[in-house]
Design a protein around this ligand. Structure first.
Ligand code: SAM
Length: 360
């Protein structure tokens, strides 16, 4: 966690910057807003019990936003993949809907203007369900204490969840075994939350966490997913999770009317989805701007199709996919291999394609 710098994104939710990857984990305009607009709202027709695969779970904004929006009266299983366990453990404690005045007390602070973005929020029950699921999955790890007692993490923490965590921590002293730990959390539900929520949600929501390179994990998975989030770092920073071979694995795991969602609009990503066998379309915001890509085996799931110009662009050199045949190459190897393919390709160059159409 030392190499992460937290910052407040445009909607008030906490985002992280990684020094190691020299990249942000969350969009500056709003970590939570992004989760809703790119990973939740495109699923508007979800009306059954489903399996969700969250690739690059991180702090869990996408799954949490999804659960918050679709969780009522449904059975949802989330399989969450990330290489960094610290982020997963921190995820139920992240502030997602705090008022900015918590952070910026001074009335004239320039950040105060951000408080108008309160459109999306995550209710506490979501974080608490997550906390319980984490306790069950990561047995015998006293991560709650290590997080709550670490001053470094204070700015991440949601006050209500902290109170619950402390309550839990205090009571656990008298109730050391795993069964009692869960019982304790169960009681906390009833103490802090409306019974209506609990009755409807408690047993229906399951989280499973896989801490490993997502390439290793997907090889082992064999169920079908209705919704897949792909929230990896950008293609040139993490080509491992955008290669045709990796996306091919995701294709195998997608149910017949399932969807794969990503924030990426890039030509290479869209063409890789296409070559893997998916139908591909755009995720549009309210202003009709493309803010991501949706892929599905079911043509009907694609509401916003690529236009002729965009389709043509996919068949230029920029669309040549990354290859990682054994799902084990380094980023550098994957990039070098593709550069070679691009240099030897007979496809039209992207700059010529753009120039011919008066775009550059
Ligand atoms: C853009 S961030 C995702 C943010 C996340 N969805 C959230 O809500 O916080 C990218 C994530 O990819 C993870 N990651 C990087 N390489 C990975 C790999 N090979 N396999 C699995 N996860 C990886 C990082 O640990 C990081 O959490």
């Amino acid at each position: 966690m030392d190499s992460f710098l937290p910052y407040i994104t445009g909607d008030g939710s906490v985002g992280l910057y990684s020094e190691e990857f020299n990249d942000i984990y969350h969009s500056g305009y709003g970590a939570l807003t992004e989760a809703y607009e790119k990973f939740v709202l495109p699923n508007i027709n979800i009306n059954k019990n489903i399996n969700v695969l969250d690739i690059c779970y991180g702090l869990g904004y996408n799954s949490k936003a999804f659960l918050n929006y679709y969780g009522k009266n449904k059975e949802i299983t989330f399989d969450c993949l990330d290489i960094d366990k610290n982020l997963i453990l921190l995820s139920p404690f992240i502030k997602t809907n705090h008022t900015l005045t918590d952070y910026f007390k001074k009335p004239n602070n320039k950040h105060a203007r951000l408080s108008k973005y309160k459109k999306y929020k995550i209710d506490d029950w979501v974080n608490i369900i997550l906390l319980e699921n984490l306790c069950k999955e990561f047995k015998n790890e006293f991560y709650i204490e290590s997080i709550l007692n670490n001053k470094k993490f204070v700015s991440y923490l949601n006050n209500k969840i902290v109170k619950i965590g402390k309550f839990y921590q205090k009571n656990r002293i008298n109730t050391p075994n795993e069964a009692n730990k869960c019982l304790n959390l169960h009681n906390i539900y009833y103490q802090y939350l409306s019974k209506r929520y609990i009755r409807n949600k408690k047993d229906n929501i399951k989280f499973h966490f896989y801490v490993d390179d997502a390439r290793n994990t997907v090889k082992q998975l064999d169920k079908e997913y209705d919704v897949i989030f792909l929230d990896a770092f950008t293609t040139n920073k993490c080509p491992q999770l955008w290669s045709l071979d990796f996306i091919g694995e995701l294709y195998r795991l997608t149910s017949k009317d399932g969807v794969l969602l990503t924030y990426s609009n890039s030509v290479i990503v869209r063409n890789t989805f296409l070559e893997a066998g998916y139908f591909v379309g755009k995720i549009l915001n309210k202003k009709n701007k493309s803010i991501g890509t949706i892929a599905s085996k079911d043509y009907k799931k694609i509401k916003n199709h690529l236009n002729e110009y965009e389709q043509g662009l996919l068949k230029t050199r920029a669309g040549i996919p990354y290859r990682d045949r054994n799902l084990s190459n380094t980023a550098e190897e994957i990039i070098n291999y593709r550069n070679n393919e691009v240099n030897n390709s007979n496809l039209i160059s992207t700059s010529k394609y753009l120039k011919d159409r008066g775009k550059k």
